[in-house]
Design a protein around this ligand. Structure first.
Ligand SMILES: Nc1ncnc2c1ncn2[C@@H]1O[C@H](COP(=O)(O)OP(=O)(O)O)[C@@H](O)[C@H]1O
Ligand SMILES: [Mg+2]
Length: 196
């Protein structure tokens, strides 16, 4: 469940949301579209609780949220492996062997298995995107957020990545932000346009 009631948000004079409403029942997933600057990333930040708002309410069941942010937000001097492993606390990471198998599997499926020991900063743009996706899948929240997560991946690669993400998140609530019709063709989520 995710219920947004009369949400209001402005930055200075700029009003981004005025009495915005949205209701997702159960595990329903959505694909948010809208022109650049209309407030998609800000809406995700408010849902995640990392941005304040000026009025209304956001209620959600999800206890744990995983995100692929629009920006990579990687620690460039750490290895790709550490960038993934770091999102879980010590208690969750105690079983080192299971942790390694899990990270290697996800990275392999996303085509970055051979890069795990390299520094994140040495990766290409498309490889970094996939590292961010791997990090979110490993974190394994009950709400998964993908903010233009697949942008910049070339076609053939992108299809494999989309299919793997779809399979890995089948039992989760997902919020996808995308301009790309192809992405939602694979996911088939309800479309919400912020421009209406
Ligand atoms: N922290 C901030 N302070 C001031 N303005 C902001 C801030 N974050 C975003 N904005 C502005 O709010 C608008 C919506 O931004 P954003 O949510 O990133 O849009 P989108 O993701 O739809 O492209 C933009 O005009 C942006 O410049
Ligand atoms: Mg954005």
């Amino acid at each position: 469940m995710l219920v947004i009631n009369n949400l209001c948000k402005k930055f200075g004079q700029k009003i981004l949301f005025k009495n915005f409403n949205l209701e997702l029942k159960g595990n329903e997933s959505i694909c948010i579209t809208g022109s650049s600057g209309c407030g998609k990333s800000t809406l995700l930040d408010m849902i995640m609780g990392i941005e304040t708002f000026d009025g209304g309410s956001i209620k959600k069941d999800a206890k744990k949220i995983s995100a692929v942010f629009q920006e990579d937000r990687l620690i460039e001097d750490l290895s790709c492996y550490r960038n993934i492993a770091i999102v879980k606390g010590y208690a969750d990471n105690k079983d080192k062997r299971m942790q390694r198998e899990n990270i290697e599997k996800i990275a392999f499926e996303l085509g970055i298995g051979s890069l795990l020991l390299q520094k994140a900063g040495s990766l290409s743009g498309g490889e970094k995107r996939r590292l961010c996706i791997a990090r979110a899948l490993y974190h394994n929240g009950d709400l998964m957020i993908f903010d233009e997560a697949f942008k910049g991946l070339d076609m053939e690669l992108k299809k494999n990545v989309l299919l793997y993400v779809k399979k890995s998140t089948a039992d989760k609530q997902c919020i996808l932000v995308s301009h790309d019709e192809d992405e939602n063709m694979i996911f088939q989520f309800r479309k919400i346009s912020l421009n209406d």
